[in-house]
Design a protein around this ligand. Structure first.
Ligand code: PGA
Length: 263
């Protein structure tokens, strides 16, 4: 796991967008896994800027989103489908036919989840998966206790998540109790993973998933089992890490080893 600590939210967002843009430039047909929530909004803003000012071309990119609330139609203002179109897709040259987001108002959720898994496989798999992290250590909606082998399925949200996400709804009671989410096992099959986190509220979860044991109680900790994970944090989210000095040394001296790596 490469841990990159940046000064603040803006720097975190710029770094994350640069990693995504580099992937798209290397492979214009990239299959991207994307996330919702407050954390990636700055990353999406920067990607929009790169598209508008630096001509970053996303016309061939395919998107798979991580999750969606069960019971909300794609037109609902708090649906993740709506979020993605408002915060990213409508501002870039994405082909709508290449956008896949779990459907919250589907009749048969189980059948839909199997179809979604198949669709990811048929696309050749996700090249780069962007993730946020919940204050309970979840990735996507894989709440504490989720199997680390889990696939796309319906998941019951944790009380902590419902409280955290109630800020987007008029009342806590309006927050859906269920979601369709890619599983931890689905996420681990992405070729590369980029997790971003900012703010003090994420500091415990970050310390636990980066430096704690692998456990289904902190589903992000499963990322320790993946070979290509980059974590970009702001200083507040990194504040409870014990090995900050090492991560910063690696970041500042990466160029010294680059010549031995043939890239
Ligand atoms: P947030 O959510 O970006 O709104 O903090 C992250 C998550 O729950 O994965």
């Amino acid at each position: 796991m490469e841990v990159i600590i940046t000064r603040d939210y803006d720097k975190m967002s710029i770094k994350a967008a640069a990693i995504i843009a580099e992937q798209i430039k290397k492979n214009p047909d990239t299959v991207l896994g994307l996330a919702t929530g407050s954390t990636p909004i700055g990353t999406y803003k920067e990607l929009i800027r790169l598209h508008k000012e630096n001509r970053l071309d996303l016309s061939k990119v395919t998107i798979f989103n991580l999750d969606e609330y069960l019971g909300l139609s794609s037109l609902h203002k708090e649906s993740y489908n709506y979020f993605m179109w408002e915060n990213l897709f409508k501002h870039i040259n994405i082909n709508p036919e290449n956008v896949y987001i779990p459907k919250g108002d589907v009749d048969d959720a189980e059948e839909f989840c199997n179809w979604y898994e198949e669709k990811i496989k048929k696309s050749g798999g996700i090249d780069l998966q962007l993730l946020g992290i919940g204050s309970d250590g979840h990735i996507a909606f894989n709440e504490p206790g989720s199997s680390l082998m889990s696939r796309t399925r319906v998941k019951t949200l944790d009380e902590q998540t419902i409280r955290d996400n109630s800020r987007f709804f008029r009342k806590e009671e309006e927050v859906p109790r269920f979601a369709i989410t890619m599983g931890v096992g689905t996420i681990l099959e992405a070729k590369k993973i980029l997790l971003i986190a900012n703010g003090e509220k994420k500091a415990n979860a970050c310390a636990q998933f980066i430096e704690g044991p692998v456990t289904s109680q902190i589903t992000a900790s499963a990322l320790q089992l993946h070979q290509h994970v980059t974590v970009v944090l702001d200083e507040e989210a990194a504040s409870k890490l014990k090995r900050i000095g090492y991560y910063n040394w690696v970041r500042d001296n990466k160029h010294l080893v680059q010549k031995y790596l043939g890239r």
